[in-house]
Structure formats: C-alpha cells, structure tokens
Design a protein around this ligand. Structure first.
Ligand SMILES: Nc1ncnc2c1ncn2[C@@H]1O[C@H](COP(=O)(O)OP(=O)(O)OP(=O)(O)O)[C@@H](O)[C@H]1O
Ligand SMILES: [Mg+2]
Length: 285
C-alpha cells in the first residue's frame, strides 16, 4: 500500500481497495493478495507495551501489552469497567498513561498530542455518534476531508468532480449513497454510526479504533457493519470494542479479553470462548 506521506495518490488508493472489495468477496480477493505481496503479513502496526494508568491510585489499565498487525481486525472484550475504553483513550492520546508506551509504526504515541496522533493515521470513534446533525450527509463527508483543514486549504477548496466522486464512493461504502441529501439529524442511529465511520475513513487512517460501533443497531445493520469492518481491515488495522459475542465471532481475527485492567486471555473467538477464566469473569454472566 502507498505510504501516508505521498499526497494525492494516497487519498484514492485505499478507497479504491474498499470499493473494489464491495461487490463480491471474489472481486476483493485479487486486490487483497496483491496487497499482501508487497507487505509482509506479520507487519506490526500497533504495539502497546506495559501500559498502566492510575486514577487516584486505582489502575484502570494495568501493565497491559498487546500488538495488532496490518490487515488485522482485533476485538477487545471484557466486563464493564475492565479498562477497554481507557485503553483506546490512551492509544488516541485522550488519556496519558502513568507508565508504558504505545508504538504506532514505531512512533511513540504517548509523547504526541491527540491532533498529532490523528495526523499520524489513527482514527477514533467514540461510543455515541458525533456527526453534524444540521448538515447533510454530503456536507458531513465534505468537512471531514483532510483537504478542508487549515485556512489555505479551505479558501482554495472547491466541490470538484473528484471530491464529489470521492464522497459518493465513501457514501456507497457505508450504505448511505441514497441519503446524501438528507440532514444527518434525520438518520437512524445506525446510519449515524455509519456516517461517522465514513467520516473517519475520509481521513485515510491506518489504524481505526471503534468503541462499540454496533450498539443500538438492528440485526441487519449489525451484519452490514460486520461486512464493512471486514472490508476496512483489508489494508488497515481495526480495533473494535464489542460485547455481542455473535458479532465478535463473525468479525474477529483475534480477540483480546481484558479484566480489571489486565490481559486475561487472547486468541481466536473460539479459543477465548472456551477459556475457563473468560467464562468465569465474563461470558458465564
Ligand atoms: N477519568 C477517569 N477517572 C477515574 N476513573 C476512571 C476514569 N476513566 C475510567 N475510569 C475508571 O476506570 C475503569 C475502567 O473504565 P473503562 O471505561 O475503561 O471500562 P470499559 O471496559 O470501557 O467498560 P464498559 O464496558 O462499561 O464500557 C472504571 O472503573 C472507570 O470507572
Ligand atoms: Mg467502555
């Protein structure tokens, strides 16, 4: 895949791979294989090392280490209060760890601001959708284009056919092509979640962090979101926090189980589901 730093080509390359992956699984396959040919399959994108954060002496995340590879869709599960959201907060720079490091392509994110982390290629979606309700779906996509940031860019920004096409492709990708003219406030909860995922994708993150993206979605919407996340993970890395084990089994390449801020278990969905410790503290309840 092209690197983040080469400008125009980068903007369209991952979009192409996403849309090419859309029609059929067979259609996506050659593209995926050609990606794999230029990148080693075991490339580590994210590495969390001995990460700890204390809030007044309480360790919400406690000496946690894990790593996520390119093209990987990792799901994080665990009981309420296990530290899942806090982990994502530390990866995206919202919370600074007490000790430990977060390496993203070799960069130590714990030394960077939230803004720098976004620019380095990490996209974060919080639990509640945050879209601009008064703007149309099209406009929401438009303002999330990286080109719109900065005074110079916004002054010179035009709705070029290229921009329209890019938005149209993304809208199709997140199942909103026939909603482009609607105000975002009129979308269903699930559609707002998709819009926010699409807005994040407009910025071409290399790592996408999603906190319970299917909460409140209908079964059909969950299924579509599962397909979407699987497509996104082709070429990127995706970390998803989720409680619904049926959904987890459907999408996860690997599952990390947290409990009281620590790593309790890690493996395939089937492996962690049959892990006695996981059943005892989480799945058995
Ligand atoms: N800023 C903070 N100050 C104090 N305590 C905090 C802070 N943020 C999180 N915590 C505590 O850290 C623990 C982990 O919280 P976190 O939100 O990460 O859990 P979670 O695994 O995401 O849970 P859930 O499944 O309910 O979303 C909780 O006990 C929470 O109360
Ligand atoms: Mg949480």
């Amino acid at each position: 895949m092209a690197t983040q730093s080469t400008g125009g080509t980068v903007m369209s390359a991952p979009m192409t791979s996403l849309s090419a992956a859309q029609p059929t699984k067979t259609g996506a396959a050659p593209l995926h294989i050609s990606n794999a040919a230029v990148e080693p399959l075991s490339e580590q994108v994210l590495r969390v090392e001995e990460l700890t954060v204390s809030f007044d002496g309480f360790k919400a995340v406690d000496a946690l280490s894990l790593s996520v590879e390119r093209n990987e869709l990792r799901v994080i599960i665990g009981p309420n209060g296990a530290g899942k959201t806090t982990l994502l907060d530390m990866i995206c720079g919202k919370t600074k760890p007490t000790t430990g490091r977060v390496l993203f392509n070799g960069l130590d994110l714990t030394r960077m601001s939230e803004h720098q982390i976004v620019r380095a290629g990490v996209g974060r979606k919080f639990q509640t959708p945050s879209v601009y309700e008064d703007l149309t779906v099209f406009e929401n996509f438009e303002i999330s284009l990286p080109k719109m940031h900065g005074l110079f860019q916004s002054l010179t920004f035009r709705r070029t056919p290229e921009v329209r096409e890019r938005i149209d492709t993304m809208a199709g990708e997140v199942y909103l092509r026939d909603q482009l003219g609607r105000r975002a406030g009129q979308l269903s909860h699930g559609q707002k979640q998709w819009l926010e995922i699409g807005m994040l994708l407009m910025q071409e993150p290399e790592l996408l962090l999603l906190d319970e993206p299917v909460a409140g979605m209908s079964p059909r919407e969950r299924e579509q979101t599962g397909d979407l996340l699987s497509r996104i993970a082709q070429g990127k890395s995706v970390v998803v926090i989720e409680h619904d084990m049926d959904f987890v089994k459907r999408i996860a390449h690997k599952v990390t189980v947290l409990h009281q801020g620590k790593l309790l278990s890690e493996g395939s969905a089937t492996e962690v589901q049959s892990d006695r410790r996981v059943i005892d503290v989480y799945l058995g309840h």
